[in-house]
Design a protein around this ligand. Structure first.
Ligand code: FAD
Length: 407
């Protein structure tokens, strides 16, 4: 079997793997990426949050993405019947980026990988990781191409950014059940033929249909719009008509705000469904490897934190791996796992408080304290490591403490 030697092997070329590979390449580390699909490929996760921009900046991707003229996202709107709540990222408490993008991931992910290849990073598309064997921190990874040819790659460090492929969690028995009740989502793209002119047409919106059921509208700059429903698993089972398109047409009827705009539009593909999407692992790292992005933890789409965790973990794992390979000491428990879990747990609290109704009570209350709003806005922008923000530091009880004071 052919053998190849690299410093770091990255599994998966989504945002997590792309950011990791770019940072490693910039540091002069010999990196190779293995990607099962050919890009562009569809993946969900189209609403970014500003914290991602720090990682794209560090990875040197901003200019290439800007050139694609994706729709810029300056905040997030939440609706519930007549109630409206708009978070403007420029009004957030923490310093940092106050805008980001809402974009079709197929084109976005390909922009990142095109940029990497242009810079000389080796990406093997159409190649699947089948097995990994560790010897200390070194690993031997078996990959197979589409012709069935197998090859072994020797790496000094391995970053598993394989998303729902979850290569190492499966091989090393690292999966553990999520603490969230099983949720489901169904989503589709349409040509937004009745899109209103101006900001109303491009505003990203989360329309609350019931306390645990919400509908997303994510307009793209090319005239397409992404629509999706998130709900308890049993709800999707109950409304499923055996035909995903019919089910989705009925879902559109449930949104008073958007019914007219999207009624009867052709779907650009059959609506997709994902059930029980929350994932968790027992450990985020091990001897010679780190799990990043969705290969590690995924909570819920409601605050668009998925890509942010993917890039935060990809960037951090790359920086720590480079330090270790250069002979530095890395405390993976403290520097990687504790850091990542802090951010995950902040969002976990807000997602819990969203579905319990507490956060919705705060969002849609008529007289919201502006200081509190700025601090919550920072969390929604992804600045969940800023412990100067009491709504980060005391994430577990901050929302409840505020909502209990509301009439
Ligand atoms: P991915 O982008 O999934 O990339 C992983 C790559 O690994 C893939 O290209 C795959 O082909 C490759 N791969 C897998 N197995 C192998 C293998 N064996 N060998 C080689 N390659 C392999 N996040 C947001 O930020 N905003 C949102 O609005 C949002 N909405 C969501 C809605 C829903 C319904 C769900 C379920 C998730 C949503 N997310 C959202 C989360 C988002 O999809 C993920 O967090 C994000 O895509 C993770 O990026 P990644 O780089 O870790 O993985």
């Amino acid at each position: 079997m052919i053998s190849e030697h690299v410093d770091v092997l990255v599994i998966g070329a989504g945002p997590s793997g792309a950011v990791a590979a770019s940072i490693l390449h910039q540091k002069g580390v010999k990196v190779k990426v293995i990607e099962r699909e050919h890009f562009p490929r569809f993946v969900i996760g189209e609403s970014l949050i500003p914290r991602c921009m720090d990682h794209f900046d560090e990875a040197g991707f901003i200019e290439a993405v800007e050139a694609k003229r994706f729709e810029k996202k300056f905040g997030a709107r939440f609706l519930r019947g007549e109630d409206v709540c708009w978070f403007d990222f420029s009004q957030k408490f923490s310093p940092g980026w106050d805008w980001t993008w809402q974009l079709p991931r197929a084109e976005f992910d390909q922009t990142l990988t095109d940029t990497l290849q242009h810079r000389g990073v080796d990406i093997a598309f159409g190649t699947t990781v089948e097995n990994v064997v560790f010897a200390g921190t070194d690993s031997l990874t078996t990959v197979r191409d589409e012709q069935g040819n197998r090859k072994e790659i020797h790496a000094r460090y391995l970053i598993d950014a394989s998303g729902y492929g979850r290569v190492l969690p499966r091989l090393l028995d690292l999966d553990k059940p999520s603490t969230f009740a099983p949720m489901a989502a169904t989503f589709v793209h349409v040509h937004d033929l009745r899109r209103p002119i101006g900001i109303e047409g491009t505003r990203i919106t989360f329309d609350v249909l019931e306390q645990r059921i919400w509908f997303w509208v994510i307009p793209f700059s090319d005239g397409r719009t992404s629509l999706g429903l998130v709900c308890p698993k049993e709800h999707l089972e109950a409304i499923n008509q055996g035909d995903n398109s019919k089910t989705f047409q009925r879902i559109i009827q449930q949104s008073d705000y958007y019914r007219q705009r999207f009624d009867g539009l052709d779907f650009l593909f059959e609506p997709k469904q994902i059930v029980s999407y929350a994932k968790a692992v027992k450990k985020l790292y091990g001897n010679g490897f780190a799990l990043t992005g969705n290969s590690a933890e995924f909570l819920d789409p409601v605050f668009s934190s998925g890509v942010c965790f993917a890039t935060e973990s990809g960037a951090l794992a790359a920086n720590l791996a480079a330090k270790q390979l250069a002979g530095g000491q890395v405390d993976w428990e403290h520097e990687y796992e504790e850091h990542m879990l802090w951010g995950v747990n902040v969002f976990r609290s807000y997602i819990r408080d969203w579905y319990s109704g507490d956060l919705q009570k705060f969002f849609f209350h008529k007289e919201v304290n502006e200081d509190v709003r700025r601090k919550v806005c920072s969390v929604l922008a992804g600045y969940v490591w800023d412990k100067e923000n009491p709504f980060v530091k005391k994430h577990d009880r901050a929302v409840k403490a505020v909502t209990h004071l509301l009439p």
